[in-house]
Design a protein around this ligand. Structure first.
Ligand SMILES: [Zn+2]
Length: 96
């Protein structure tokens, strides 16, 4: 996970407090949610391991996608992933 050589240093202490990458989570049952709206299990899992991109909870298996990954996956499509909570507005994608 050291492929984004931005201004991110990776000493262990800083890893613990590293800012989260903006992500939306897609579950094995097809739900799409942000950190806040994936339910308590996901919220706790993300809180405990902010840099992990896979979280398996008692209800779902979640995979986190960044905007860059969505753009690559969609390969030119301009769709976006958006949080299933209609009032949330969290969305990522090539045009978001
Ligand atoms: Zn949300």
């Amino acid at each position: 996970m050291s492929t984004n050589g931005d201004d991110e240093r990776s000493t262990p202490e800083q890893d613990e407090q590293a800012p989260r990458v903006a992500r939306l989570w897609v579950s094995n049952s097809g739900r799409v949610a942000c950190d806040a709206h994936g339910g308590m299990y996901l919220a706790v899992a993300v809180e405990q391991a902010p840099r992990r991109r896979h979280h398996t909870t008692p209800l779902d298996a979640w995979e986190g996608y960044t905007a860059r990954e969505v753009a690559l996956y969609l390969d030119g499509d301009t769709s976006v992933l958006s949080c299933e909570d209609s009032r949330c507005g969290a969305r990522i994608g090539p045009s978001a």
